[in-house]
Each structure stands twice: as C-alpha cells, then as structure tokens.
Ligand binder design. Structure first.
Ligand SMILES: [Zn+2]
Ligand SMILES: [Zn+2]
Ligand SMILES: [Zn+2]
Ligand SMILES: [Zn+2]
Ligand SMILES: [Zn+2]
Length: 210
C-alpha cells in the first residue's frame, strides 16, 4: 500500500540529461575560457560611424556671376524707360543672386559613414573570456533540471490525471444507471397498478353495461 502511495506522490523522475547529478560537463577550453561573445573571438569590435560634412561649391544659379545676376526690372540697363535710375538695382544693372544671396558660393552637406574598429573592451582584444558557466570547475549546472537532478514526470502525471477523471466518472455513471433502473422499476409498478385498477373497474361496472 505504501508503495502505491509513493508511486502517486512521487511525481519526479531522474533528469536524463545529467543522470540525476544536476551538473553537465562544461564545454569551455582547458584554460576555462570561452570565445568572447562581444567580438565573436575576433578581439576587435566595429561600429558604424556617420558624420555630416559641410563644404562650399560655386553658386549653381545659371546667371550668377560672382554673386550677382542681371536686374530683372531694367534688364541690366540700370535705367527706367523714362531714363531715370532703376530703383531695383540703383543704376548698376545687377542685383544680388537669389540663390547665393550675393556670396557666389553655396553650402552643401555630405553624409559619410564608415566602420570604426576598436579593441574589444570585454576581452581586451584577446578574443577569449573567462568561462561564466563553470567558474573553473569544468562542470556547469544542468539546463534541463536547473541543477536539481530531477524533472517532473509528465507521462506519470498524465496517467494520474486520467485515473482521476475515471474515478470521478464512475460514481456519476453509477448514479445515472441507478436512476434509470429505479425509474424503470417505478414505471413498471405504476403500470401494473393501473392495469389492476382497470381490471377491477371492469369487474365492478361490467354488469351495468350488459
Ligand atoms: Zn539535469
Ligand atoms: Zn535695375
Ligand atoms: Zn549666386
Ligand atoms: Zn571580445
Ligand atoms: Zn566552463
């Protein structure tokens, strides 16, 4: 009986990954080191750097000459049709270029990006780091049982769950069957009673009809 009880209460089984020891051999090197995860063992890490650079180019307005364009009001004559000084260019025939505002040069921005390499700060360029799993013991905690050595016996829990459902179902079925049987018996008794009653009435009142 105790063995059956134990079978039901012991829902754990030995972890097959570590054979119950809770530890698995570590895969680090003989020096208890692993490949640096930051630089993948290369010793250098690289990052993309972007910078925008400003530089000047000559004004691209087609009529711009050293920052000046022909006055549009007097068409470069510097005079009004009446012979007066042009109010727009004050008689010079030229006005400041609208693109470069009289400077003759315009500013352009260039985006540049490149890879910058630097010594990996995690491993200091060695490409290897101290094993974080075993701390020099060559054994790491079993990932399957988290070092406990046992795991939940899922198959057994399933069997127990099915047994529990069956145990619950049996009384329910029993009540249903009992109910049907009892109902049947009562119906038979009632029917028999009715038939007897009918027979008695025929005996009592049969003579009147005749
Ligand atoms: Zn394990
Ligand atoms: Zn003008
Ligand atoms: Zn210009
Ligand atoms: Zn590194
Ligand atoms: Zn290790």
């Amino acid at each position: 009986m105790k063995r059956i009880f134990n079978w039901f209460t012991d829902l754990k089984k030995e972890c097959s990954v570590c054979a119950g020891s809770g530890k698995i051999p570590c895969t680090c090197s003989d020096n208890y080191e692993i490949t640096c995860p930051n630089c993948n063992g290369k010793g250098v890490s690289s990052k993309r750097v972007t910078a925008s650079q400003k530089f000047e180019v000559p004004c691209d307005h087609p009529q711009c000459v050293k920052g000046k364009v022909t006055c549009g009001v007097c068409n470069g004559t510097g005079k009004t049709p009446q012979g007066d000084k042009c109010p727009q260019c004050h008689g010079s025939g030229n006005v400041n270029c609208p693109v470069c505002k009289g400077l003759g040069r315009i500013e352009r921005v260039k985006q540049e990006s490149w890879l910058e390499h630097e010594t990996c700060h995690i491993c200091n360029g060695r490409g290897l780091v101290e094993c974080p799993y075993c701390h020099g013991t060559k054994e790491r905690t079993c990932p399957d049982c988290k070092g406990k050595g046992t795991v939940l016996n899922v198959g057994k829990i399933g069997v127990i769950a099915i047994l529990a459902v069956l145990l619950l179902a049996v009384p329910v079925l029993f009540v249903i069957v009992a109910g049907i049987t009892l109902g049947g018996v009562l119906f038979m008794l009632w029917k028999e009673h009715q038939e007897k009653q009918q027979a008695r009435e025929e005996v009592l009142f049969g003579d009147d009809d005749a």
